[in-house]
Design a protein around this ligand. Sequence first.
Ligand SMILES: [Fe+2]
Length: 353
Amino acid sequence: MSRTIMIVDDEKMITTTLSTMFKLMLKENVIAYNDVEQALACEELENNRVDLIISDFMMPKMNGLEFLKNVREKCPDTVSILLTGYADKENAIKSINEVGLYYYLEKPWNNNDLIKVVKNGLEKKDLEDGLKVKYKELEVSNREVSRLYELLKHDYNKETENTKNLIITLANVIEAKDKYTDGHTRRVGIISRKIGERLGLDEEKLNYLEIAGMIHDIGKVGVPESILNKPDKLTNEEYEIIKKHSEIGETIIKPLGSLKECLIPLKHHHEKLNGSGYPDGLKGENITIETRILGVADIFDALYSDRPYRQKLSLSSVKDILAKDVSRGCLDEEVVNSLFEMIDSGDIQKIFE
Ligand SMILES: [Fe+2]
């Protein structure tokens, strides 16, 4: 597509010569004016369709710099070249920034130089126009990225909200099934978090630990209520069935990707450091710290609550049992000590108020 060059000079001979030369050598559109005011009011400038202007300096009504200043206000991207006499050179240089002059040529100019300057000027304009298009495209992409980000954020918030609701629902399901565990899962979540805080776990782990606490017994939905709520001592067979709940829980929660961090503590909360636990008989370091914490919190809350077969124990009896479990190699000493600190400071009692 050919570009448009405007020539403004009060001397008709100059505009004619330059027009012919540019049309022949550059094959561009050329428009020429001998009157500055007419040039300023022309349709091409009004519609910002002039790519390059070559203006004389000394003209009646308005000098070239004033003219180009006016042009700049209308069409800031048009490339401007000033043709100036030697005497006006100083003024031209001073005004370069003011009018955004691309180049000035002294009269009499060399035609080859002028052609070269015009070609370079048009190239600069092309590059700038191309850049503008790119910027616009980039702006569109940026807007699109921002929109997608907002959508994703919205989805994420929605998903987080859904996940929270799901956890509460799951916790309610367990509580509804096992009537003797009223509030147990919620408390195990809170106690686990508080022990985790004392042991310096980061916020993300604390969040998962609390959730794992709230849903750790979800597998009990797969255990018959007659066994779960049995007021008498369980038979060995019944106990074996109850033991299945940690693996059933894992199976229930596994499809929920957002809760995957809870799977290990959930499945292993009945493992013991000496390998005497279930379902996998894991030992020592194979049991994660989160799992050890959840295990201790679970046992503590069970001992300190009423059960089908007994009343809740006193805090000192609970401490004795847990201390024995530590000495037998079942429970983590550091975790149990953190819990003892919470008991001694009265923090734990607040959870039961
Ligand atoms: Fe359990």
